[in-house]
Write a new protein. Sequence first.
Length: 398
Amino acid sequence: MATAHVKRAFKYRFYPTDAQAAELSRTFGCVRKVYNLALAARTEAWTRQERVNYNQTSAMLTVWKKTEELAYLNEVSCVPLQQALRHLQVAFTNFFGKRSKYPRFKSRKKSRKSAEYTTSAFRFRDGKLTLAKMAEPLDIVWSRVLPEGAGPSTVTVSQDPAGRWYVSMLVQDPTVQSLPVTDRAVGVDVGLNHLLTLSTGEKISNPRHERRDRARLAKAQRQIARKAKGDGANRSKARQKAAKVYARIADRRRDNLHKLTTRLVRENQTIVIEDLTVRNMVKNGKLARAISDAAWADFRSMLEYKAHWYGREVIAVDRWFPSSKLCSSCGTLQDKMPLSVRTWTCDCGTTHDRDVNAAKNLLAAGLAVSVCGAGVRSQRSSPGGQSATKQETPRREP
């Protein structure tokens, strides 16, 4: 049975001509300018205790285009500019819904360079994509084919800090199928010595991608430090060299996580993980670099959306559950369990590997939650809500 209404983004690298690169660079700049102008207008209105919505900022855009100072906004397609205003509206909606912080202004150097086109601003025919204001189609490297009969509803063009150009196409994917139901379940304990430890006893090594390229990264950063500060060409080249090292690290990390999460989803019906607050854990100065390199938050995000696609279940156990200190054989809770202790023996005589024992306890707790009917919604999607292991009906006093 197919999973209904699954939209997937297929991302490809492309190589623009000089004219296309210039047009896209102008578009990126105009998108950033419109976003910042609209944000400034909404912020100023907010100080007067007035609210400005998308329709009002859209009317402002029409006025801005007629001024001599901002007449250059007419040189690019109007669709990415309107999409920037819609993105700002979403940012404010999330802010008022207490799901994110107040929107920030886009920076020319640090913000992501991207522009979004809807169907009225591009043409996709016979496997060729042509954007508005362009005479030639983009030279796309089709690393994988789009689903048969699927056409993109939106197209996002971007350039990463390493100078690489990408186009992302959002399509309705009818090929996503729910996998056959199985009775297999697994508990997953994340770590640093081993990236993942499964309740089956299997340990998956941590590739430590950042550490492998640390010397190359340090050299690139030293080269940046030697250049004069400012917008000089030499400093820009040095920054791009460092960005290429970062991109290499991120690409390998993402590829490894995709392979691991796909395997876990294909092999197991239920996957139990721990509800970690990574944003708080990286405040530890000694472990922040290693935790960031492990990318636990990305691992969880990939696992959850793939489970949704393929009819699997992901259960997040409360972060305060003592998975490491609890004996998975007899249930005895140890008083202390320092991080330096990797193996320990319970009073019942069972010798435990710390990580394998934690994964077994997570699995048992997750299955208990599932049987009891507690919600399995992740905490990130329900701010302030209770985690699954704490969703119990309160007892009434007689």
